[in-house]
Design a protein around this ligand. Sequence first.
Ligand SMILES: NC(=O)C1=CN([C@@H]2O[C@H](COP(=O)(O)OP(=O)(O)OC[C@H]3O[C@@H](n4cnc5c(N)ncnc54)[C@H](OP(=O)(O)O)[C@@H]3O)[C@@H](O)[C@H]2O)C=CC1
Ligand SMILES: O=C(CO)COP(=O)(O)O
Length: 334
Amino acid sequence: MNALNIAVLGGGSWGTTVASLVARNTGVTLWARNPDTVEEINTRHSNERYLPGFRLVDRLRATNDIGQAVRNADVVVMGIPSQNFRSVLGEVKQHIRAWVPIISLTKGLELATRMRMTEIIQQVLPGHPVGVLTGPNLAREIMSGQAAAGVIAMEDEIIVQELQSVFKSGLFRVYTNTDVIGCELGGVLKNIIAIAVGMGDGQGAGDNTRAALITRGLSEITRLGVAMGGKPETFAGLAGMGDMIATCTSPQSRNRHVGIELGKGRSMEEIIEEMTMVAEGAKSAPAVMALADEHGVEMPIASDVSRVLAGDATASRAFRGLLRVEAGAESEPG
Ligand SMILES: NC(=O)C1=CN([C@@H]2O[C@H](COP(=O)(O)OP(=O)(O)OC[C@H]3O[C@@H](n4cnc5c(N)ncnc54)[C@H](OP(=O)(O)O)[C@@H]3O)[C@@H](O)[C@H]2O)C=CC1
Ligand SMILES: O=C(CO)COP(=O)(O)O
């Protein structure tokens, strides 16, 4: 048993799942802004809004007081959606001790600045070691005890090994990686490809089409990820290909769900209205396209998805373009 105190911030599906995993290994306090969520976790050991039907580990404790969660924490884990991440970090700043590592679970970019979450952490809380926990990790599958593997990425090889044991459990294997940029971008960028695959599935596309989109999608997210400083091999690993496969094929994926509904001809307003959970790809797409532009990287699939999300093209029209008739060499974009 590890003696560290961990604060997990964010009482949604993934924050609650990760807190539940960590509670098997060491002390953890889950902070949620919603007092009803806190009460439910502490008294009924459930979070029905985000993880319906699942029982949480009994010793998991939640609080509504961010200071209480963060003040004595040896590690802070951020399970807050990307567009709210900075504001919560501002509250963390008032309570966190010096040099406490901060791990992001978030798979999005800040729209206004196009920054990755670990960049925001370094800006708001300079000096704290930063990292990400990522990979093909659909929350409900992990709650139901199905085997899975993730990656914890930090630059410091010693700290990353210490934190590996905070998150791993019998059925959740955690690998280490020092490529923070690549691991973080793998999680962000695959969401847009999952929307593309969903758009196809919503229109009845076949398995060959899905495989082509996933493969070409992986090649375009790798191009951008490498241009931004990630390592090519990271995109062939759990944080890249692994998460692409899970998100692009699972009925549990919120991003794929958005794509499916777009493929059926529904509008973004209607789709978002009905969703209680976040679909990061829909939020981050304009930032991804701006980064692709800045780095001179062609991303035909992401670009078509982005136009549909912005209401500038219909899914059926864009989808015909997603797998272009005019194809060049496999090593080239397009
Ligand atoms: N779910 C999954 O399977 C996985 C998700 N992720 C990533 O984890 C991140 C979090 O996603 P997930 O937990 O699934 O999202 P959910 O939509 O399930 O939950 C979002 C949570 O964030 C909270 N929240 C939103 N804004 C704020 C804020 N300003 N202050 C405090 N809390 C806030 C919500 O609180 P409230 O209930 O009060 O609205 C809710 O608890 C995303 O970036 C996602 O991509 C990564 C791997 C797997
Ligand atoms: O990142 C995820 C699985 O690894 C979750 O994907 P969605 O946000 O699309 O549900």
